[in-house]
Structure formats: structure tokens, C-alpha cells
Design a protein around this ligand. Structure first.
Ligand code: RIB
Ligand code: CA
Length: 313
């Protein structure tokens, strides 16, 4: 496969960290142009700190990091310390980062990169709320046709929600941003809870990562041990769903996933179902498809890829 240029927009988050590790472990396939921190799981100050910690763990002190939105486009900030811990990256003790962030705002970095790179060559990979991307589209609508595609973790349909019965966290935090992105015309690949809930960090799977015996692998195991405890308690499962690495795994091995083109609309008016992704899987609405919605995944193949690549760090 040709080497793809990507921008990662993220709210680390232990599962975001796993996705970033997977990306950095795949330099032959992925050219990470920059990583943008957004407020999400924890406030921006922590997502920025955490992003730098992950880059340094991967030996990528050279990575270009940009700070983005401190709050959603319209609504008050909602965070998820109950899942990710006070810092958002609880579970492993690591030194405070030494590397700095770039002075350009993440929104301007997204705009400038899409304008300067050849049309159709840059893929946006979003692992958190879509605030930065929505602000970039609002400030520079001309960038929409310039993006190759946007691969995002977010939403849910037959699986429902996680932060509310109807809504998944990344969409729930900023439904207006998600609405704008799904209306932008950018080709979207959606990784919803219907996929990620089939990717449980079982003892056997995490054991294979631990068996790598490297420091990055051990840190990831410690992060996952913290991250999964909330979902194990909630679902009574062996391990918890691993969400964000699906975005990067799709770029590396799209054949691991299957889904179909669907219309996806975002609920922004109802208090009860705010942030719900209304996925027309059975095409009953007559609305035009605006996303490739994934529903199934080869779970063992996904974890084999993640484990093999993390072992390269
Ligand atoms: O609902 C799961 C998503 O919300 C993941 O991206 C996780 O990191 C949190 O941001
Ligand atoms: Ca995330």
C-alpha cells in the first residue's frame, strides 16, 4: 500500500494511546503529519500532556503536536475521568513530558495542511470529539473537498450508546460538531460501538501484548488494565471494548472490517437522545448515504495486528 499522510485528532485516553502507538509503529504505511489534542476524555491541558507522553513513550519526541479546542463548539464540556482516571492516562506512572507543542492552533494546522498538501492525499483520523475538525470546516469550508477521507471512532446504532443509552461519548460531547462533519461531504468511515464492542481486551489478548516484554508494551498493558475496569464492571465481560485503535487498524488492514454505505444523522435537539447517531442501516429513510459505517470486525486479526506492531516500538 502507498504511504498515507494522516492527521490524528485525539483526546488521550488510554485507548487513544493504543491507536497512536499503532500509528507510530507503522511508519512504512503511515506518515503522521501531526497530532492534534482536543478536549474530551479530560480537559485540553491533560489531553495535550498525555499526547506528549505517548509520543515520548514511542520515541517520537520529534512529533508535531498542536493544541485545539478547550471546549465543545456549543455545549458545556463533558469529560470521562470516571473511565480514564483524573489525568486521562491513569494506570502507568510515567514522567511529565519534556517535548513541547507547536505554536499553531490545531484548527489552523488542519486548515493549512489540507490547503498545502495535494488534493485527496491527507486522511483525518479522529479519536475524540469532532470539535477541531468542525471548527476547521467552519473557518475554511474550502478544505472539505481537499481531504482524502475522515476515519473516525464514534457513534453507535444497534449497540446503542455508552455515555447515555442513546449516545456514544465522542459524539455526545459535541453533537453540533459531529452534525457539521457528517454534512461536510468529506468521505467518512465510521467505527461505532457496534464494532468496538466486539474488540474486548480479554486476558488472553492482553497476555500476548504483555509477552512482548518491551517497555511500551508493558505501559500499554498497564493503561489497558486501568481503562478496562469501568467497562468490565459495567458489562461483566472478560476485558473491555478497545475503541480508538480501530481507526488506525482500518488504514493498515481495511479487510479486517466490514460494513456498508449508510446515511447517518446526528440528534442535536432532543435532550433525551442528544448525540445519537441515527444510522439508516436498512436504508428506509431515503436519505443519501454519507458514511461507510462499519459493523463487523475480525477481532483476532485486529489484536494480532495491534500486538505485532506494538512489538516493533
Ligand atoms: O466512546 C469511546 C470513545 O470516547 C473513545 O474515543 C474514548 O477514548 C473516548 O474518547
Ligand atoms: Ca478517544
Amino acid at each position: 500500500m502507498e504511504r498515507r499522510k494522516i492527521i490524528i485528532d485525539t483526546d488521550p485516553g488510554q485507548d487513544d494511546a493504543a491507536a497512536i502507538m499503532l500509528a507510530f509503529a507503522s511508519p512504512a504505511e503511515l506518515d503522521v503529519l501531526g497530532l492534534c489534542a482536543v478536549a474530551g476524555n479530560v480537559p485540553l491541558s491533560y489531553t495535550s500532556r498525555n499526547l506528549r507522553i505517548v509520543c515520548e513513550l514511542c520515541g517520537r519526541q520529534d512529533a508535531a503536536i498542536y493544541e485545539g479546542a478547550r471546549k465543545p463548539t456549543l455545549r458545556p464540556q463533558v469529560t470521562a475521568e470516571h473511565v480514564h482516571g483524573r489525568t486521562g492516562l491513569d494506570g502507568a506512572e510515567l514522567p511529565e513530558p519534556m517535548m513541547s507543542v507547536r505554536s499553531t492552533h490545531a484548527v489552523d494546522f488542519i486548515i493549512e495542511t489540507l490547503r498545502s498538501e495535494p488534493v485527496g492525499t491527507v486522511t483525518l483520523c479522529t479519536l475524540g470529539p469532532l470539535t477541531n475538525v468542525a471548527l476547521a470546516l467552519q473557518k475554511a469550508p474550502d478544505i472539505a473537498p481537499r481531504a482524502r477521507e475522515l476515519v473516525m471512532m464514534g457513534g453507535g446504532f444497534f449497540e446503542g450508546g455508552n455515555i447515555t443509552p442513546a449516545a456514544e461519548f465522542n459524539i455526545y460531547v459535541d453533537p453540533e460538531a459531529a452534525k457539521a462533519v457528517f454534512a461536510s461531504g468529506i468521505p467518512i468511515v465510521m467505527m461505532p460501538l457496534d464494532v468496538t464492542h466486539k474488540l474486548l481486551t480479554t486476558k488472553a489478548r492482553v497476555g500476548k501484548i504483555a509477552a512482548l516484554g518491551t517497555r511500551p508494551a508493558q505501559v500499554l498493558v498497564d493503561w489497558l488494565a486501568f481503562f478496562e475496569r469501568f467497562d468490565i464492571e459495567k458489562y461483566g465481560s472478560d476485558g473491555g471494548p478497545l475503541h480508538d485503535p480501530t481507526v488506525i487498524a482500518y488504514l493498515l488492514k481495511p479487510e479486517l472490517f466490514s460494513g456498508r454505505d449508510c446515511n447517518v444523522e446526528i440528534e442535536t435537539r432532543s435532550e433525551l437522545t442528544a448525540g445519537m447517531t441515527v444510522v439508516d442501516w436498512w436504508r428506509v429513510s431515503g436519505r443519501k448515504p454519507n458514511a461507510k459505517v462499519m459493523r463487523d470486525v475480525d477481532a483476532d486479526g485486529f489484536f494480532a495486528l495491534l500486538t505485532e506492531r506494538v512489538g516493533r516500538l
